[in-house]
Design a protein around this ligand. Structure first.
Ligand SMILES: [Zn+2]
Length: 571
């Protein structure tokens, strides 16, 4: 009877803890809660601990989805609390078995990762976690012209920043011999042939649904030609699948499986010259790599038929291939074709420019990785294409940083304010109105201040306003400088509260990003610069800290040593 009670409470808190920490409950935390809950009933830790440990083993065996369902039944209120931390779950995968799901993220190492990659990586990674499966990072590097050594590492770094860890990482190019073996099998089975037509002829043939003469080459001759391709005695040839040149799905009109690319590969140098296309490498790697649930974006949907045909012909295991819509953000292109010219012309500073949706750009702008994750999961994996306003991601981010961002004063377009009879004060001011853990700042004031000109425009001579967190002043004279007088510390209802700096201000530059493209044209005003004075306490911050400049916005500190630069995040 008594263990029943411990069991019940242990299940509740083990589930809650597991849901909070991605499906794995932490024994220490759970034991603490259960003991606190049961001590009044006279249970001793000796009785409680072994029960909790065995319950945790059970809980950690099941998927997050099941954990959520169980807690929903046991204690829906507790689940609601936890869902605030994690109020999203992906839909179930078809034919998924706990512990057996394998997903993969297959980037081409040809550039920095952007928000679109983040969506794929996050969805793949989440599913692997949800089913207690495995997540593979696979570099699809079978085009030596595109692959660059620096990007293998850069992409890994970007993923780590997102909080994504992989169980296995490898390069498709390392499996090339296997791809050759399967190619040979297809040629021997007469399912593929060598085509030596020009790219124009091939394009023309595909467009008009007409076979080329190479299609009639005998099987034995194709094997011979294939060997010549590999041994460098044949140039300008490709391997094509025997599809259907009249098929409505043009992706099936004898798609290219291999082509010759003589550029050196960043890893294999000039060891290989015949490289598989995406159409061939994708299904082969997914199948032999054990991937159970590969995802790709919807624009590949027409190529699914080819994916499965290749696996059919080779008698290889077929994964559950699934598609979702690409993530596009208004005014923020992700394609290199659009970004690279801007970098070349110096219109953006690089791939980490704060106007770009690269992960490096988002990081610099002050977007937290967990905000990206929540945003992506909230969008879900629907196939409906939509262009999303960046404001949505900013709103998610703002919710996360609001309670942890220290508050400071920033005065743009500063004008000098002299306060007659001002008391000399040393004030301790909280860095956050509610979060006391963020500490305080010490501010010393004399009679000289700086305030924002536009704030003072609204206040007339003879009127009283409050220097925020300090005291009231009455304006005596408005000129190039403002002359005012001290009016006591008591709060006056409805009087304006104004941000200020004392005479020990620091100069600060804030860069504000706007959409890079408007109506598909480069926006000349996409980067705004605001200069102003900030309070000296900011000098104690470090690069990367995200703070709030009151009544201005959240910014990320970019550089504190040289002049202070901040990147505006959002209001
Ligand atoms: Zn041909």
């Amino acid at each position: 009877m008594s263990t029943d009670k411990i069991q019940k409470i242990a299940w509740k808190y083990a589930l809650q803890n597991a849901i909070k920490f991605n499906g794995k409950a932490n024994p220490k935390a759970v034991v603490g809660k259960v003991i606190a809950n049961l001590q009044k009933d006279g249970f001793s830790p000796k009785e409680i601990i072994p029960v909790v440990n065995s319950v945790i083993k059970e809980v950690n065996k099941i998927s997050i989805k099941d954990q959520i369902e169980k807690l929903e039944k046991i204690d829906p209120e507790l689940l609601k609390k936890e869902k605030k931390v994690r109020d999203f779950t992906l839909p179930n995968l078809p034919d998924a078995v706990i512990g057996k799901v394998i997903t993969r993220f297959p980037p081409e190492p040809n550039g920095y990762l952007h928000i679109g990659h983040a969506k794929a990586a996050i969805v793949d990674h989440e599913y692997a976690k949800m089913y207690d499966g495995k997540f593979i990072l696979r570099f699809d590097d079978t085009n030596p012209e595109n692959a660059h050594l620096e990007f293998y590492d850069a992409q890994k770094e970007d993923l780590k920043w997102l909080g994504i860890e992989w169980d296995l990482v490898y390069n498709t190019s390392d499996n090339l011999e296997k791809h050759y073996k399967y190619a040979e099998q297809l040629i021997k089975q007469d399912n593929a042939y060598i085509c030596q037509c020009s790219p124009e002829e091939i394009k023309h043939g595909r467009y008009h649904g007409k076979e080329c003469t190479c299609c009639g080459t005998e099987c034995a001759d194709n094997i011979d030609l294939w060997k010549q391709m590999l041994s460098k005695s044949l140039d300008g040839a490709i391997v094509r699948l025997r599809g259907d040149m009249t098929c409505d799905n043009t992706a099936m009109r004898d798609p290219t499986l291999f082509r010759i690319i003589d550029s050196p590969h960043p890893i294999h140098g000039d060891k290989y010259r015949v490289w598989p296309t995406y159409d061939f490498a994708g299904p082969i790697e997914d199948s032999i790599g054990g991937v159970t649930h590969p995802f790709r974006t919807k624009e590949y949907e027409l190529r699914d038929e080819c994916y499965f045909k290749i696996l059919d012909l080779l008698n290889l295991r077929k994964p559950h291939l699934m598609e979702f819509a690409r993530l596009s953000i208004e005014g923020m292109p992700v394609s290199k074709r659009k970004i690279k010219p801007l970098i070349d012309k110096g219109l953006v500073s690089g791939y980490d420019d704060i106007r770009l949706p690269t992960l490096r750009g988002l990081k610099k702008r002050g977007i937290l990785p967990k905000a990206i994750k929540q945003f992506v999961l909230e969008q879900g994996i629907s196939k409906v294409e939509s262009t999303i306003n960046f404001g949505l991601l900013e709103a998610t981010n703002r919710k996360m940083i609001d309670s942890i961002a220290k508050r400071y004063f920033f005065v743009k377009d500063p004008i000098k304010l002299i306060v007659e009879n001002a008391p000399k004060l040393t004030k301790k001011i909280n860095l956050h109105p509610n979060n006391k853990e963020l500490g305080t700042k010490i501010v010393k004031t004399r009679d000289e201040f700086f305030v924002q000109k536009s704030d003072l425009d609204k206040i007339n001579e003879g009127e009283i306003f409050r220097l925020k967190e300090l005291y009231n002043v009455k304006i005596l004279k408005k000129n190039k400088e403002i002359i005012a007088q001290y009016e006591g510390e008591n709060l006056i209802p409805n009087s304006a509260k104004i941000q200020w700096t004392n005479d020990e201000y620091i100069k600060m530059k804030v860069l504000i990003p706007h959409p890079l493209f408007v109506d598909d044209k480069f926006n000349e005003n996409s980067l705004e610069q605001v200069n102003g004075f900030a309070e000296k306490a900011i000098l104690q911050l470090k690069t990367d800290e995200i703070i709030q400049l009151e009544r201005f916005g959240f910014i990320r500190i970019e550089n504190i040593e040289n002049k202070i630069t901040g990147f505006f995040s959002h209001r």
